[in-house]
Design a protein around this ligand. Structure first.
Ligand code: ADP
Ligand code: ADP
Length: 238
């Protein structure tokens, strides 16, 4: 589903590459946890996949389409196929759960407060069904700033899912949540992954979490892939 060939990133002003000759083939059905210490290149890796970061060299293909040399218009279309969740949620605090989730349908609109007319009955019903799936039906009209961290990430997941993505990307989505909440978020992600047949790629720094949920672990160190395989064979020493 995603082919990565000779991918390298050297940020301007740096002397050492942040990603160095990465070659990977990522398949539909993989639930991948990307492990690595702070600075290993995890975030750069995710941002290359969704086109936020242009690599210095190498290529990424999503279902045969090249992401790495796509123009802005084409990139916008490609990004619609990839849902993304973030460490700090990236929600709009003063808007409601439903309004935030609807931003995943079209992106933010200036007069968003007035929802009537922007969305079809089908889109509205679909957004509500996704909110129910993440367990927030009761909170639909609550402003996001009033929610707990775990609830905010559930809104983030619902916003990604209304895009009907084939790939779900997460950049440290549980790094600011406590262990119990992190486990519940991963359980939800795994359920959605299996039901929708996604390719899921999530950065984590918690090895136990990765071993519990991943079907495949990719470990990065100094921008290089130092492990790519089954969770059961991964040891922390790597
Ligand atoms: P991780 O997500 O594993 O913490 P990052 O991808 O954020 O790793 O960073 C990898 C390396 O690239 C680090 O050394 C970091 O300082 C560097 N880096 C990340 N973003 C930039 C940037 N915009 N400009 C310069 N260096 C960067
Ligand atoms: P996180 O670990 O959550 O990604 P960071 O503080 O490492 O948070 O990075 C925050 C932002 O700063 C990211 O967009 C990253 O690309 C950028 N960044 C990280 N390291 C550097 C750096 N050395 N120079 C410039 N920008 C950087």
């Amino acid at each position: 589903m995603i082919e990565i060939n000779n991918l390298s990133v050297l940020y301007e002003g740096n002397t050492v590459e942040s990603l160095s000759d990465v070659n990977l083939s990522l398949q539909k059905g993989d639930f991948i946890c990307v492990l690595g210490k702070s600075g290993a290149g995890k975030s750069t890796f995710i941002r290359c996949i969704n086109g936020l970061q242009k690599p210095t060299s190498g290529e990424i293909h999503l279902n045969g389409k090249t992401i790495t040399n796509a123009g802005e218009n084409q990139l916008r279309k490609i990004r619609r196929e990839m849902g993304m969740i973030f460490q700090h949620f990236n929600l709009i605090p003063r808007l409601s759960v439903l309004q935030n989730v609807l931003t995943g349908t079209f992106g933010y609109r200036p007069s968003f407060k007035n929802l009537v007319g922007w969305f079809s009955a089908e889109e509205m019903a679909f957004a509500k069904s996704v909110i129910a799936e993440v367990g927030l039906s009761e909170m639909m009209d609550r402003r996001v700033e009033q929610l707990s961290g775990g609830q905010k990430q559930r809104v983030g997941i619902a916003r990604a899912m209304v895009q009907k993505p084939c790939v779900l990307l997460g950049d440290e989505p549980v790094a600011s949540l406590d262990p119990g909440t992190s486990n519940r978020i991963f359980t939800l992600l795994k359920e959605m992954h299996e039901r929708l047949g996604l390719l899921t790629i999530i950065n984590v720094h918690d090895i136990d979490l990765a071993k519990r949920y991943a079907t495949r672990i990719i470990a990065l160190k100094d921008g290089k892939v130092i492990y790519d395989g089954l969770p059961k064979d991964f040891t922390e020493a790597e």
